[in-house]
Design a protein around this ligand. Sequence first.
Ligand code: SF4
Ligand code: SF4
Length: 159
Amino acid sequence: MISTYTLRPNFWQNYSLDELTALEWEALCDGCGGCCLEKFLDYPKQPELTEYTDVACRLLDCATGYCSDYANRQKFVPNCVTLTPSKLKHMLWLPSNCAYKRLYLGQDLPKWHLLITKDAVATQQGMRAAGVGVAGRCISEVEVDEEDLEARIIRWVKA
Ligand code: SF4
Ligand code: SF4
């Protein structure tokens, strides 16, 4: 039986996404916050043409880049998607750094990912150097008029 409290060595290489424990699945998230930004989708035709904005979901703490109420998020944001392996085929609009999308596409984890570095400071530095992470550079949707959304398209998150 697999312990739910330990991560199996190199689990992301040795097991398919639907074989992961809940803890392993959660450990894949790098916390970039990119999936919490408003975006213009051309889905399902061309997810690679997704255009992200710097406007964040109302629950995102734009200073830290983390959801401010993750446990209760769907009460406030009913369309917040709970990622599962079977949903990934419909979620190729996720940022190119996102571990879930990368593994689904048969790519490696980014070299700065915490599972690779095992060092939170090195990961933070690597993410900053790679321009990954919304903390400190997004604005809440509650502060932006919907008609201004198009003017807030950014290029620092790409699908
Ligand atoms: S885009 Fe992927 S890695 Fe980044 S916060 Fe969302 S689920 Fe986690
Ligand atoms: S509810 Fe939380 S996790 Fe969901 S999109 Fe908003 S900030 Fe992100």
